[in-house]
Design a protein around this ligand. Sequence first.
Ligand SMILES: Cc1ncc(COP(=O)(O)O)c(C=O)c1O
Length: 361
Amino acid sequence: MTPADTRLVRASLDQIPPGDPAPPYAPGVASLGLNEGLSGPFPSALAALERVLPELGRYPNRGSYELVAALAARHGVEPTQVLVAAGADAVIGYVCQAVLEPGDEIVTAWPSFPSFLRDPQKRDAVPVTVPLANNHVDLATMRAAVTPRTRLVFLATPNNPTGLAAPRDEVIAFVRDLPQHVLPVIDEAYYDYLAPFDRLDSIDDLVRAGQNVLVLRTFSKLYGLAGLRIGYGVGPAEVVAAMRKVQRGYDVSAPAQMAAIASLDDSAEVERRRAANSDAIAALTAMLRARGLEPLQGSVTNFVLVEVGADADELAAALLREGVAVQSGTPFGAPTALRIGAGSSSDLALLDAALASLATS
Ligand SMILES: Cc1ncc(COP(=O)(O)O)c(C=O)c1O
């Protein structure tokens, strides 16, 4: 028997990084590495969570019926066009399962969100990466990378880890120009942080205009529900129906559904958080500059990317020892950059002290 015959798992998974559990941060560590929202759940969501606790002996509603209806009404689409899942990340996995055959290609800008590579690879599909041009997604080169084997194109705007948004008109033109056999996936995880007057709203601008496009949104960021795992996709009914077939039943918990519904109508809280986030990003940027670091200009998200000119994994590990968790750019394709999230003023003070301590050590 050859070694290959003795394997219990698919050899193609060797290209995927290990998913080992990581220990939790020590108490008091500032969590600035995961782009979580600044303030946790909305007050209305906390109240809904209290109400749902006595019901936790029951399975959640299958298919998130009420949340799907509420989101469809909010976005002016049919409920058949909305899939609620355990995070936008789960929708990425489902669309890959629903669309990709082994050997199919996907196109993504890179650096970008790692699931755009990992989920296709789990399907034995082939990611084709298009480097950022001067930190911006290069839509012309992405279009040129599309082949007859391309089935999905992933575009995060604003992009993670840069925090930069692609121009609205250019994204609309790019999506309209893609051939029929390609489904664009526009990941708008950070949509809520942009000012309403000039942001791309791919649901309104593209889905409602009849374009074949899947748009991703999440409650993990501005809505402060990252720990509950809830996000959604809006797109063609045919694609949503296929994703429902591959989705695990009951994968969105009752607390997640209830907290999301309760968060939807508090537009004043959305505005308040958007403004608080801009202030926190401005304070973070000023502090980093005072420490001699230059964050990438123009982030419209809740994080900034900072080129450090050194091994980002090592620097992130050193900062963690000082009590601050930041994200190394390595898994995102930016091995000499750190991605640092906006935090509270005490988080910021911890980061400042940690950078000062490393500078003198
Ligand atoms: C671009 C992008 N897409 C998707 C996600 C995942 O969001 P969720 O928590 O809803 O799975 C993130 C999270 O950081 C992200 O940055």
